[in-house]
Structures are given as C-alpha cells and as structure tokens.
Design a protein around this ligand. Sequence first.
Ligand SMILES: Nc1ncnc2c1ncn2[C@@H]1O[C@H](COP(=O)(O)OP(=O)(O)OP(=O)(O)O)[C@@H](O)[C@H]1O
Ligand SMILES: [Mg+2]
Length: 293
Amino acid sequence: MPEVLIDQAAGLRRLRAPRATKVVAVTGGKGGVGKTLAAVNLGAALAALGRSTMLLDADFGLANVDVLLGLKTRLNLEHVMAGQCALEDVIQTASSGLRVVPATSGSVNMATLSRAQHAGLIGAFSELLEPVDVLLVDTAAGLGDGVVTFSEAAQRVVVLVCDEPASLTDAYGLIKVLSRRQPGCRFEIVANRVESAAEGRELHEKLMRVCHRFLGITPAYLGYLPEDEFVRQAIRRQATVVEAFPSSPAARAFQRIARAIDAWDAPLHARGGVEFFMERLVRSNEACAAEVQ
Ligand SMILES: Nc1ncnc2c1ncn2[C@@H]1O[C@H](COP(=O)(O)OP(=O)(O)OP(=O)(O)O)[C@@H](O)[C@H]1O
Ligand SMILES: [Mg+2]
C-alpha cells in the first residue's frame, strides 16, 4: 500500500478507536514533597510529546496547580455540578497545551457529594469534546480529602518520596492503606530532591524493602528528580521548568519520566475515557462511605 494510504488508514483507525485514558494519581502522603510540581511538569512534558493531557486538581484544601501555572481560575467543578456552566467552561489550557480542571474551593468534598452530583460529574466528563490520552490527578497531602478514592480510581499511583524519615513513613503509610484496600494497585516511586541517580535508586530500595517485608509488595521505580535551583526560578515565573528551562537537570528528569509514562500500556476497557475514571471514583467513594457507616 502506498505510504500516503497507510497514513490515512492509520488516521481513520485512530479517529474511530475509542481512546482509552491512562489515569495517573500523583501522591506522596507527606505535604510538600513535590506532588503538584511533578503533576504540572509531567503534564507539560506529556503535552510536549503530543499527548492530549489533562490535569485534575484534586487538592481541595490547598489547590495550587493554577498558581504554579499562572492560570486565573474563576469557575470550578462546583459550578459544573450546580449546573451553572459546562465542564468545557471550567477547563483552562496552560501554555504547554495541558488542560487543567481546577479544584473546587474546598467547601465541596468529594466524599460528601450526593448521588445526583456524582451522576452530574460523570455526565460532564463523558461529554468532553476532545479525548484525553493521559489524566493526571494531583492529590492532597495525607490520607483524607479524597486521596484514597482518587488513587483507587486511577490505574497507577505515582508516589513522590524525599530522603527524609517523615516522607518515607508517610509514603509507606499511603501504600499500606491503598494496597490493603485494593490488592494489585500499581505503585510507581519517584525519588525527589536527590543529588544523583544512585541516590534515587537507594531511596526506592529503602521504601521497597519495607513494603516487601511488611506488605509483600514491590513498588516499581519510575525515576528520580534532582534538587534543582531552576525549579525555584520557574516557580517564581509561574511556569513549568520543562518549558522555562528545558535543558535543566530537573526538566530533563521530567521529560524522562514522561516518556516512561507514555510507554505504559493504555487500559483495556471498552469504554476507557475519563468518564470511566469518574465512575470508578464514585464507586470507590460509596465503598468508603459504606465502611464508615
Ligand atoms: N526537585 C526539586 N528541586 C527544587 N525544589 C523543589 C524540588 N521539588 C520540590 N521543590 C520545592 O518544594 C516545594 C513544594 O512542592 P509542591 O508544592 O509540588 O509539593 P506538594 O507535595 O504538592 O505539597 P502539598 O502537600 O502542600 O500539596 C516547591 O514549591 C519547590 O520549591
Ligand atoms: Mg500540592
């Protein structure tokens, strides 16, 4: 077949095939370990690879994705659920092409939404005009505020960890809770603020040893992020380091991790869009609520 026809055929197949969305929760247990930084930079790096990428800011307490990206958000999911606007009106597109769904103001907690609100949320996401290849979910610190339900509904859970006892203990605590609730949950460790690749591997091994010994699981290693002054410079400019300083050590590390995420298999569901994630989220929420009762 001539090359041009092969290209056309591939294009048509892509158009017809339902695009399955990879959903990746970005967590860490402890506060300030670089979750939001990683979420916005991986989002920008995946967008640069040509992937349709969306970032859901699920940190309802200290939402700051918009601050890091210099976005001005006025509307959020609360307005969508109240029927005041469409999801497309809420989504902001960052300079990298990353689409951001801002968090609610904090007055609405996923765990307290009614069934009607849940249904509204799923419906809104099922009507998204553009398919999403990768949905990143930036979660809050700790184990509250929907962190568990968002992580459970994701296909993989990226766990940011720094070389300090509190970060290691909190990351372990998070992995313990999630692995008990959802055996088979896939954890991907990112060692942040390290000095070298070797230090990153050592940090992963430390965490892996305790997880293996006490939980019988071995979280995978996704990579490391070096401590980098360019990160702070980019934050001051309200830009991602990936865009502002693309050849800095941190940007290169984010690009490497984004390529690794890009190589992950897409989920195999027949209906694998973002609405499917939302359905899982609602189910996980209901299971949590039932446990509390
Ligand atoms: N690799 C790094 N190099 C330099 N600075 C870093 C690096 N990683 C994180 N930081 C610093 O740590 C700060 C906190 O990061 P970030 O806001 O992403 O953490 P977080 O885990 O999302 O926090 P929270 O739990 O409050 O949501 C950043 O603003 C940045 O100043
Ligand atoms: Mg954060």
